[in-house]
Design a binder for this molecule. Structure first.
Ligand code: ATP
Length: 369
């Protein structure tokens, strides 16, 4: 439904030019939910605005359905209003001087050819029903909660039954609880309408929970894409791992190469070795960083041949779990423990990392923290 090929966009400013999008390519099949995930400034919004037709791309091409809508090299730029796209932004952009009905009806009233009065009435009420807001059609838009405004923005984006729904951080103005609820509602809505969706966010939990496919962006490029679970479990480099919130980067050294299926890493400070699947062909003695999440390390009270010695520096009680900071050599390891575990600051403990949940990167690619 959407094909983006080698998209480039450069902004010209008083300080010169800035290459915001550098050869971005991806495809979304009919009914797919695809997310561009990345830190602020990585080019997500610019990519989305080029697809919407709100920015002119400098290079590459964009095809929606069968229609080529942008191909600057060949002079193709279909104006935004002719692309059948629904959009929701972080700010909702609900018009305060209109009631709920008129806000949702707006895209139909400006459409050419303009639908009849009855068609508008039917489509608006259907869209309001989709988001559970049909009883509030006559309410002034200023008298709505944040969640209700968000639902109106979704209804307005869907009222013309767009081929493509573009969502730019649509939940980030909501408080944590409402945000989670709206995340479920949005998933339901997209599933019910079957609309092809491109979602832009810097929130990895949102991206992993909602998407069929996720693409991690950095510096105007897609650095890794795929199924959310695969990207989460097998980040291809330290930058992606860091962005996905993998908190622990432990120094180690390749101590011996076994058969081609496994690799031994000696963690600095451990008395034994960690046997890991061979992801890269590291040479013996290569300095590496072993990367793992707080939930993939456990605490032991005695040394074993796969443990790393450490001392507890801090315990943060978080309700159902406590987060523990353990000093192991140069590294501060973050791990989760059950609050009932009787340990305290200063205790000597031994860490055991689950080798099946680790990823190994060359040391020079990861800064220690
Ligand atoms: P955010 O999540 O903060 O919106 P983003 O990943 O969506 O970030 P973009 O908004 O696409 O990033 O911006 C990418 C880069 O392009 C940024 O460095 C930004 O400062 C720059 N940029 C965006 N719009 C313009 C513009 N109109 N003129 C000049 N530079 C711009």
């Amino acid at each position: 439904m959407l094909k983006v090929k080698s998209l480039h966009k450069t902004y010209q400013g008083p300080d010169g030019s800035f290459h915001a999008v550098r050869g971005v390519s991806f495809e979304i099949p009919q009914g797919g939910f695809f997310t561009l995930l990345g830190p602020s400034g990585c080019g997500k919004t610019t990519t989305l605005r080029c697809i919407a037709g709100l920015e002119d791309a400098d290079g590459g091409s964009i095809t929606i359905g069968e229609q080529l809508v942008a191909d600057p090299t060949n002079g193709v730029h279909m104006p935004a209003f002719r692309r059948n796209i629904g959009m929701v932004f972080q700010s909702y952009a609900i018009w305060p001087h209109m009631d709920v009905f008129s806000n949702v009806a707006y895209p139909l009233r400006v459409a050419r050819p303009r639908p009849s009065h009855d068609e508008i009435e039917t489509s608006v009420m259907e869209a309001l029903k989709l988001v559970g807001m049909e009883s509030l059609a006559k309410r002034s838009a200023t008298k709505l909660s944040g969640g209700q405004q968000q639902r109106i923005a979704f209804a307005r984006a869907l009222v013309r039954q767009p081929q493509l729904l573009l969502l730019d951080e649509p939940l980030s103005n909501l408080d944590a609880k409402l945000r989670e609820q709206m995340r479920f509602e949005l998933q339901e809505l997209v599933a019910r309408t079957g609309v092809t969706t491109l979602y832009v966010t810097h929130d990895q939990a949102e991206a992993l929970a909602m998407s069929d496919q996720v693409a991690v962006m950095s510096g105007g490029q897609i650095v890794q894409s795929g199924d959310p679970r695969a990207v989460y479990e097998r980040p291809q480099d330290a930058q992606v791992a860091d962005f996905l919130g993998i908190a622990n980067f432990m120094p180690g050294r390749i101590s011996a190469l076994g058969d081609s299926k496994s690799l031994s890493v000696k963690l600095d400070g451990s008395i034994g070795v960690l046997r890991l699947p061979d992801l890269n062909s590291f040479a013996p003695e290569t300095a590496v960083r072993v990367v793992f999440r707080p939930e993939d390390v456990v605490m032991r009270t005695a040394a074993a041949d796969d443990t790393v010695e450490g001392r507890i520096e801090r315990i943060n009680f978080q309700g159902t779990v406590s987060e523990c900071h353990v000093r192991a050599g140069e590294t501060l390891v973050r791990m989760l423990i059950h609050p009932s575990v009787r340990v305290q600051r200063g205790d000597q403990i031994w860490l055991a990392v689950d080798p099946t949940r680790c990823v190994v990167f060359p040391a020079e690619s990861v800064a220690l923290r």
